[in-house]
Design a binder for this molecule. Structure first.
Ligand code: SAH
Length: 248
């Protein structure tokens, strides 16, 4: 059980594995207006930047669960580096079906709604860990501009235009599930560049260090094709946001 290696090659230089900058992540945390001591569950916690910085800056405590052993190790090291190792813990595990032992104040899945087989299932999964009146955070893509054709959607790494909604429809989807959307923090093209373009330098450095690796041809092809594809497709068409939800 682990994340395929290609992801850790591409994202070896990332602390945040999503189109959010450190500033946006900090502003998202502040926007929630939650008290120190807030207990958090973060499903698909990646390298733990959200939990670690919010523990340091906002006094939260919590647990992250992620299927990547590499990212989980990075998350634990980050907690030590930021001096919050007594307030956060990171489990290397499949987050699908993971429920907290004690209900939490904030239950999050930021950019991995496949763990619940989509938005509805992820909301249901997080709800099982959330105390009544708690806040839920979901990170999800949407179409900033609708792709003109299926090819463009696929170049955004979607399987089809139907994979995602436009922003107003995504908000209404959360509402249909019985939630108020009470806050949101959206990516922009600059924060997308931090997520996407940072992968190119990581791939190039990895290639220089591992020219004979069996994965090298794939990484070479991605490094050649992805920058222009990203500029044409994802950067223009794909939005991404983190939505804070409260049950009605
Ligand atoms: N929320 C983090 C990571 C988002 S990237 C951040 O914003 O930085 C998506 C993450 O989902 C990766 O860390 C990947 O390892 C993790 N992941 C994918 N499938 C998973 C699963 N079934 N259970 C737990 N984590 C999973």
């Amino acid at each position: 059980m682990d994340l395929p290696r290609i992801f850790t090659i591409r994202e070896s230089g990332h602390r945040i594995h999503n189109p959010l900058t450190a500033a946006k992540l900090a502003s998202l945390g502040e926007s929630l207006r939650l008290a120190p001591g807030t207990r958090v569950l973060d499903l698909a916690s990646g390298s733990g930047e959200m939990l670690c910085t919010w523990a340091r800056d906002l006094g939260f405590t919590g647990t992250g669960v992620d299927i990547s052993s590499v990212f989980t190790e990075q998350a634990r090291a980050r907690a030590v580096a930021l001096g919050v190792a007594d307030r956060v813990a990171f489990l290397h595990a499949d987050a699908a079906g993971h429920v907290a032992e004690e209900p939490v104040d904030l239950a999050a899945c930021v950019g991995a709604t496949w763990i619940g087989d989509g938005i509805a299932g992820t909301v249901e999964l997080l709800e099982r860990s959330l105390r009544p009146g708690g806040l839920m955070l979901i990170g999800e893509p949407y179409w900033r501009r609708l792709p003109p054709d299926e090819r463009t959607a696929q170049d955004c790494h979607a399987t089809s235009v139907a994979d995602f909604r436009e922003l107003p429809d995504l908000i209404e989807r959360f509402q249909e599930l019985g939630y108020d959307v009470v806050e949101m923090t959206l990516s922009d093209q600059d924060s997308w560049d931090r997520y996407a373009a940072a992968q190119w330098l990581s791939m190039r450095r990895w290639l220089d260090a591992h020219p004979d690796d069996e994965t090298a041809p794939r990484v070479r092809q991605e490094l050649t094709e992805e920058p222009a594809r990203y500029a044409r497709a994802t950067r223009e068409h794909l939005g991404w946001g983190v939505f804070a939800l409260m049950k009605r």
